[in-house]
Design a protein around this ligand. Structure first.
Ligand SMILES: Cc1cc2nc3c(=O)[nH]c(=O)nc-3n(C[C@H](O)[C@H](O)[C@H](O)COP(=O)(O)OP(=O)(O)OC[C@H]3O[C@@H](n4cnc5c(N)ncnc54)[C@H](O)[C@@H]3O)c2cc1C
Length: 511
């Protein structure tokens, strides 16, 4: 079968149009929605249905597609099976599966020989980029969305549209776009413990590590002192990376916990990431949900994949073989520690960290470390939608002003003030209500399908009805729209499906 191109199916919408769907942020979550729309349109085109033509657009702050570029470190691997890509769990036959990406890049057999479900992170990002570039007509990059507000167009009594304001990150120019449905899929913002000053060039959050470290510490051979704060996968990866990036540096890994702990991806526990678990979790009482999130925390938070953990332990052991005194080591792990004060020493471009030691022997003693840079691997907060939706409070259906997603990810709006066909969907900030998979890749394929269903289910049904009526009155000899692009077999199949649809429509009309 010849695949239809994305431009055959989804053409660019004028920016002054009222979009059916405008998605804010073009990371994997939005990309999965784009793929789900494509799959539906392709399937419809194959049966000759071309009457569903949604106006869709995506706004993305980055200047091009990128997936956690600050942590694309050499050799790092995915923490999830490639089967949980943008499409497979919903539609293994989609052209946007990871396996099809491999096939199109002539690496399918070689990847199979690797005998793994976990691709390199660099390769997965390339897969995401490859998928994203198929939708480039629909994405406006360098657009930092600042606010969303409800609007009354064409003299409507109620709000009947949403206005999205964004700023071009390179020119500073502001623009507005309108939509009936918006999806906010903007990921998290760096979580920075309050003791650390904001905007200090030598204090780098892990999300910017790979992009900024070499400008802050430019000399690869210098004996820098670097502190990494955190106990999760990112902290361990950065700590590990520093050893090869700066072979002469002295690195500290400071963490509150008493030890680095392994992530739990054992099969029974991993079922928490199954798509169907979202239904169960959503319908459970809030206190039970909280207990479940806590109980399964080791799948994702403050944990490290066992392989990396063992590698770091071996490195520590080799230092111990050379010198039993840990104070002399180049790469030290300091557990039970919390940074309580940070002093900037601008004259020598260093920072002094005052650290509380919670281990019993040290009796909460304070220690001081002087470092050239600090890397904060302290996670993310997922609350930016609150600020973005400030001007939408007038239509918030929740009395306390919180934005709570329903099962299909749309927030409850006050229908006394806003029309029924206006919706706001939230992605990636619903862990408390939708479970641990919400911030991850695990269910993106199925979730993308669910969003498309929720936004376009009604429109697709209407289009189907129109198609049936049109088919019954058509003589079948007219042009087949985009079907001309199909292979002879696919064309025949589509044509006969269309004839079957027409005859069943004619039967129902007679009845
Ligand atoms: C280093 C790292 C590795 C990870 N590895 C895995 C893994 O192996 N498996 C897994 O399941 N999960 C992993 N995750 C979790 C991660 O959250 C998901 O992989 C995935 O990125 C979630 O996609 P998203 O689209 O929800 O969010 P994001 O990927 O964060 O994408 C959000 C997008 O929105 C854009 N944006 C933000 N604000 C605005 C704005 N105001 N206006 C316009 N655009 C905006 C951002 O630029 C970004 O492109 C990892 C996370 C990190 C940090």
């Amino acid at each position: 079968m010849t695949s239809l191109t994305t431009t055959d199916l989804l053409s660019q919408t004028r920016t002054d149009a009222v979009h059916d769907l405008l998605s804010i942020g073009f990371g994997p979550a939005s990309l999965a929605i784009a793929v789900a729309i494509y799959d539906i349109l392709e399937q419809r085109a194959l049966t000759g249905s071309t009457s569903f033509t949604p106006k869709v657009r995506f706004l993305e702050r980055q200047s091009a597609f990128g997936w956690h570029a600050g942590m694309l470190l050499p050799g790092t691997k995915m923490q999830i099976s490639f089967i949980k890509d943008l499409a497979t769990m919903r539609n293994p036959k989609s052209r946007f599966t990871f396996l099809n990406y491999l096939k199109e890049h002539n690496r399918l057999a070689q990847f199979a020989n690797l005998d793994t479900f976990l691709p390199f992170r660099v390769e997965f990002e390339d897969y995401l980029k490859w998928s994203a570039c198929h939708f480039s007509d629909l994405v406006e990059y360098s657009q930092d969305v600042t606010s969303v507000k409800p609007l009354k167009l064409d003299g409507s009594q109620k709000f009947n549209c949403l206005e999205v304001t964004s700023k071009d990150v390179s020119t500073g120019a502001t623009s507005v776009q309108h939509a009936r449905n918006i999806v906010i899929a903007i990921g998290g913002r760096p979580s920075i413990p309050s003791v650390f000053p904001r905007g200090h060039e030598r204090i780098i959050h892990s999300s910017r590590y790979n992009l900024h470290i070499s400008s802050v510490l430019p000399n690869k051979d210098k004996a820098y002192s670097i502190a990494v704060i955190g106990a999760g996968q990112s902290a361990a990866e950065v700590f590990n990376d520093l050893q090869s990036r700066y072979p002469n540096s002295k690195n500290l890994l400071l963490m509150r916990d008493t030890a680095l702990r392994p992530s739990d991806d054992s099969p029974f526990v991993n079922e928490v990431f199954n798509p169907e678990v979202v239904d169960e979790f959503y319908s459970t009482a809030p206190d039970v949900r909280s207990a479940q999130l806590k109980g399964n925390k080791a799948t994702n938070y403050s944990v490290v994949r066992l392989g990396l953990l063992e590698q770091i332990y071996e490195d520590q052991y080799q230092q111990r073989m050379q010198n039993p005194d840990p104070d002399t080591w180049h790469h030290r792990i300091l557990p039970s520690r919390e940074v309580v004060e940070v002093t900037d020493l601008p004259q020598n471009k260093r920072l002094n960290l005052t650290v509380k030691n919670f281990s019993s022997q040290a009796c909460k003693a304070k220690e001081t470390y002087s470092v050239d840079a600090v890397i904060l691997a302290t996670g993310y907060v997922r609350d930016v939608h609150n600020e973005m939706l400030k001007e939408c409070q007038a239509i918030n259906g929740s009395r306390d002003g919180a934005w709570i997603s329903e099962r299909d990810y749309k927030v409850k709006l006050d229908r006394d003030f806003v029309e029924d066909d206006v919706q706001i969907y939230l992605q990636g900030c619903n862990e408390q209500t939708h479970g641990l998979s919400d911030t991850l890749l695990s269910i993106l394929a199925t979730r993308g399908g669910e969003i498309v269903d929720s936004v376009f289910g009604g429109a697709i049904l209407e289009a189907d009805t129109r198609d049936l009526v049109n088919a019954s009155s058509s003589d079948m000899s007219g042009p087949l729209g985009p079907l001309w692009k199909l292979s002879p077999n696919a064309k025949e199949d589509a044509s006969s499906k269309r004839k079957r649809a027409a005859s069943s429509a004619a039967e129902s009309a007679k009845a």
